[in-house]
Design a protein. Structure first.
Length: 126
């Protein structure tokens, strides 16, 4: 099976030994996105704004892969404070329609660059 590197300049550039996403067959494995503004590579301020930025970053990479949020089958959400989960759910409702993807919300001690939220996803593009 061939693998294709997926990249979008509308999402933060990969800053390490990883790709924004890898497409293998019709499955796209998206790397974690934190709330960096792709233009400045700086964290956005405020939890809701961080959550929106993460979804926008994921959206840009999904579109670069030829997909959309409708193609996401699994979403992982990493939070430094699980009390913010209700806000994540509210913001997620702006981006997704039923059937919703499978999802996990995981509490973590810290995230890169001091982010409060990070997400990764798996897409299946028919």
């Amino acid at each position: 099976m061939s693998k294709t590197v997926i990249s979008s300049d509308k999402a933060p550039a990969a800053s390490g030994t990883y790709s924004q996403a890898i497409k293998a067959g019709n499955t796209v494995y998206m790397s974690g996105q934190i709330p960096l503004d792709p233009a400045t590579m700086e964290l956005v301020e405020g939890f809701e704004a961080q959550t929106v930025q993460v979804f926008e970053n994921l959206k840009a990479v999904a579109e670069a892969a030829g997909g959309s949020f409708k193609d996401i089958v699994k979403l992982n959400i990493f939070l430094t404070d699980l009390s913010h989960f209700a806000k994540v759910n509210e913001v997620m409702g702006r981006y997704f329609e039923q059937p919703y993807p499978a999802r996990a919300a995981i509490g973590v001690a810290a995230l890169p660059r001091g982010a409060a939220v990070e997400m990764d996803a798996i897409l299946v593009i028919e």
